[in-house]
Design a protein around this ligand. Structure first.
Ligand code: FMN
Length: 189
C-alpha cells in the first residue's frame, strides 16, 4: 500500500536499482527521449540513489550524443506492466567519453558486445541491409588488439534526475506522486 511519500521513494529507488541490475526487469530497457523530440530504447546500466543519476552506454558517434551535447534535457519513461507502475523521469544528461567511469563500462563488456563499436556509426547510410560490422566480425569475437579502435567510440550518457513522476495503477484508484531529490508531493493521476 503506497500511503506515504517515503514508501513511494523507496519503491522508485528499488525499481531503478533492480532495473539496472537485472536484465529480466521490465524496466531494464526504458525509452530515453532527447530534447530534439527523438526517443529510443536503451539499456539502463546503472542507478545511483544518492546522486539520483542514471547511467546508459552509447556509441559516441550516435545522433543522441550530439543531441544531448546541444541540449541536455532528457526524459526517461519505464513501465512495469505486472506491477502497474509507470516512471517518468526528467533530468539533465551529460556525455562522458573518457575517464574511470568509461573505463569501467568498457571493462564490464564482453568482446562480443564491444565489437558493435567497431563498425559504422549508428545511422550511417548503407547500400543494403547491414549490421554495420566489419564482415569478419559478423559472428565472431574480435581479440583485444582488434578492438582497440572501438574503445574510442564508447560513451556514457549520465542523466542527473531532477524530477520523478511515479504513477501506480489500481482498480480502487490510481496513485501519483512527483518526487524531487529532497521532496515530493501527491498529485491527481
Ligand atoms: C532492446 C534494445 C536495447 C537497446 N539498448 C541500447 C543501448 O543501451 N544504448 C544505445 O546506444 N542504443 C541502444 N539501442 C538502440 C537504440 O534504440 C537506437 O536505435 C540507437 O542507439 C540509435 O539511436 P540514435 O539514433 O537516437 O542515437 C537499443 C535498442 C533496443 C531495441
Amino acid at each position: 500500500m503506497y500511503d506515504t511519500l517515503e514508501k513511494v521513494r523507496a519503491d522508485l529507488d528499488a525499481r531503478l536499482e533492480a532495473a539496472a541490475g537485472d536484465r529480466r526487469s521490465p524496466m531494464h530497457t526504458p525509452v530515453v527521449a532527447t530534447a530534439d523530440a527523438d526517443a529510443r530504447v536503451m539499456v539502463l546500466r546503472g542507478f545511483d540513489r544518492l546522486s539520483w543519476t542514471l547511467r546508459f552506454h552509447a556509441d559516441a558517434r550516435s545522433p543522441k550524443v550530439t543531441a544531448v551535447e546541444d541540449d541536455p534535457r532528457i526524459a526517461v519513461v519505464a513501465y512495469d506492466k505486472a506491477a502497474g507502475v509507470q516512471l517518468r523521469l526528467r533530468g539533465r544528461g551529460r556525455i562522458e567519453r573518457a575517464g574511470t567511469a568509461v573505463d569501467a563500462a568498457w571493462a564490464e563488456s564482453t568482446n562480443f558486445a564491444r565489437r558493435f563499436s567497431l563498425g559504422a556509426g549508428p545511422g550511417a547510410a548503407s547500400e543494403g541491409p547491414t549490421s554495420g560490422l566489419p564482415q569478419q566480425f559478423e559472428g565472431a569475437e574480435p581479440d583485444d588488439g582488434e578492438l582497440l579502435p572501438a574503445r574510442l567510440n564508447v560513451a556514457l550518457l549520465l542523466v542527473k534526475m531532477e524530477e520523478a513522476d511515479w504513477f501506480s495503477l489500481a482498480h480502487t484508484g490510481h496513485r501519483r506522486a512527483l518526487l524531487t531529490r529532497d521532496g515530493g508531493q501527491w498529485i491527481a493521476p
